[in-house]
Structures are given as structure tokens and as C-alpha cells.
Design a protein around this ligand. Sequence first.
Ligand SMILES: C[S@@+](CC[C@H](N)C(=O)[O-])C[C@H]1O[C@@H](n2cnc3c(N)ncnc32)[C@H](O)[C@@H]1O
Length: 428
Amino acid sequence: MPKLEWSSKSDNLKSGGSLITESILFPGPDDKNPARVENRLILGDNLRVMNALLGEYEGKLDLIYVDPPFFTNKGYPARVGRGEDSRKPEEWQLAEGYPDQWDDLDSYLDMLYPRLKLMHRLLSPTGSLYLHLDWHANSYARILLDEIFGYENFRNEIIWTYHGPSPIRTAFNRKHDTILFYTKTDDYVFNVDDIRIPYAPNTVATFKSSKKAGFGKVPDLERGKVPEDWWYFPVVARLHQERTGYPTQKPERLLERIILASTNPDGLVADFFCGAGTTGTVANRLNRRFILSDLQNRAIITSRSRLVLKNQELGENRAELEGPALPVYLQREEGRMEFPLKSPEEMGFPEISIEAGVIHLPPELVPNVDYWEVDPDWQGKVFRSRYQAVRPLRKGDLPSSMILPETGGKICLRIVLISGEQIQQVLN
Ligand SMILES: C[S@@+](CC[C@H](N)C(=O)[O-])C[C@H]1O[C@@H](n2cnc3c(N)ncnc32)[C@H](O)[C@@H]1O
């Protein structure tokens, strides 16, 4: 087979990397003693993160979806505050998102190649990889995937098309991304009946009027058809209910189709370039377990508050239909610091108080808060988040007080500000 070569290509897979658990998020009331530790949100460079996961997860992941930087050589700022409404610029500010800047194509491929190899090792024998890119680098990635996964394990080049404004006047508007779908072997999960879509109305009308329309083949009009390898879903800019303000966020419907097709309920889904946490949010909703990681603190805090918010929305239905939500372990690559935890005083805010079992945030603090959470039995090390209050994405206010049941333990409060900084205070 022909192979892609570049001057700095190396087969040397760096090893090393370990993870530290900072906090555990318990999104439901019944998860006090989790038997399973899957569901992780990890801050760190995914090369080290994947290396750290190998010991426990080599050959175990059912699906990996990744949407890495595309080699666009641009920076992508995030919108913070009520960033979902472009018509109200007074309600959001720009903050650091993530860079997609490279010295040259070699340095981009140096990033991609070892990571794709690690993903291949982490996948289970029946597992699938979906690599989301666009015209900037997808042709190179395809050759790398043929090398790592085998040409015979290529399944689809999925074209995701969308609309949107474009400044291009010298070529056709570039309005599609490419998702390369490979499996580890030829024995893989593909739940064809879970992703069927209705036939187009004119196809239904044609077959209803004449049985001979398909040259002898009559489709099962009730059952629907297997989608083509080109998909239309609106971009997140048009989906105000989903928009978190994190740049280049992907639509939930896109992830839904991928997860339904390539995993069974309770399967393990990973996204090592998770951004705003779309993959984890959808996996959670579909009752799959997930591992997410990202290099940017902003991505981790966005994913985290989104997961809490979505879990709150799923609410009691979830407990009834699918069992309680599993806890999420918030981890970081050893050696990488999250923003330091500061006291309210250090951030220029008054101390937070608790009166008769009710915690009140000072009114001057509230407009600055993205979400806050409480560990009612603080042991001094790993923060166990039992209660959470999140600013809703679109309408409504952040809850500024919280009633706590009596536990007798020390109460610890963590507050993530819209700026990304974090406050911690022990209340008693
Ligand atoms: C295109 S965005 C992902 C968007 C995501 N699919 C969503 O729906 O929100 C790419 C992400 O990869 C992250 N990233 C880039 N290099 C990384 C690395 N070496 N390790 C972990 N994450 C990385 C960036 O911080 C960015 O959040």
C-alpha cells in the first residue's frame, strides 16, 4: 500500500501520562456508591490522556468520534455570557476558545498521526472511529487511516452539508465537512434499524401509485430507508437551543445518528477533542457511557455545565426510563493545572453565607456566575458535587440560593465564574 510520508513522521509513540481526579459530579440522587467509574471529563493534552487511559481501556472503547482542529490556521474565540443570541451583543463577550494554528502541514500531521494510532489501540474489536474534518486536511487523514486501520476497514466518507454565509467569490461556497468512518475489524456494530429515516414524499407517492416503479424492487415504505452517506443538518449557529458559545460546536443530531448506529445501549463512547461536550451530552441522553477530554479549560467547564443542565432537563424521566445517571469523574492530566481555586475575598466578593440550611450567593456575585455546586460532606481533597445550580443556556436565571438537607458534614462550595475563574469556600 502507498503510505503518506513527511520529514518529521515518527513511529515513536510517546508513553507516559497519568490522571488526577479533581472532583466527582453526581447528577442524580441515587448515585452515592457508584460501582462503575466510566463517564469522565478530562482536562489535558489527549496524547497524554489517551496514554494514561491505555492501561484500563486498551481494546475497550466501542466508539470514538473526534472533531480535531481542521488545519485552518485560524483562532476560534468563545462567546461567554448569553452568547447564543448574536442580535444582543451586550449580553456576551469574547473569551479564549481554541487555536487551530500550525507552522506547516508537517506539524499538523505530527499532531494527528500518533493520536490516531492511540485511538486505534483503544477501540474494541467491534469498535468504530469517526474522524470529522474538512477539505483542509481530510485527504491526508484518509491515507493515514488506511495505514493505521487498513484500507479494508474503511466504511464511509460521510459528507455533512449545511448552509451559512460565506465570503468566497472565487470558487463555489465550501459548505460541507467530511467524516471518515473506519472500523477496527469487519465484525462491527452497525444498528441499521435505529437510524432509518422516512422515504421522501415523492418516492412514497410513486410506489403507492405503481408497484412497478422500482423495476421489481418495492421498498418497505413503513420501515423507512438507511440514510445516504451525505447528511444535511443545520449548523449550531442556527440552533439556538443548543448553542453554548463554544466555537465550532457540532449539532446534537449529527452525534445522535453516529452513536445510535455504532453503539448499543450502555456502550462506551469517547471524544478526545470534546469542545463543548456534544458527544458526551448525546451519549448520556442515549444511555451510553462516555469519556471526554480537551486541552482547554473553557471546553471542560462548558461541557460540565452543559451535562448538568441536560441531566436536570432529563430529570425524573431518566430515573424512570433508564435508571439513574452515572457520576462524571472530572480529571486532569498530571502536571496540568486548572485555574486555581480562589476565595471570594481574593476575587473581590463578600463571603458566602448559610442561614437555616439555605445558602445565598451575594447579589453582586450572581451576574458573574456560570454555575455553582455543593459538596455537603467535604473531606478536604476530592470535591464530590452533590447539588448543582446552572445558568440556563437561553432563558431564565441562575438559581442564587439553595436549600441543603442536614448532613452534619463540612459544606464546601465551588463557583465557576463566566470568566472561567473558580471560587471555593468551606462554609463551616
Ligand atoms: C473543533 S473543536 C471540537 C468541537 C466539539 N466537537 C463540539 O461539538 O463542541 C476542537 C477541540 O479540540 C481541542 N484540542 C485541540 N488540540 C487538543 C489536544 N492536543 N488535546 C485535547 N484537546 C485538543 C480544542 O481545544 C477544541 O476544543
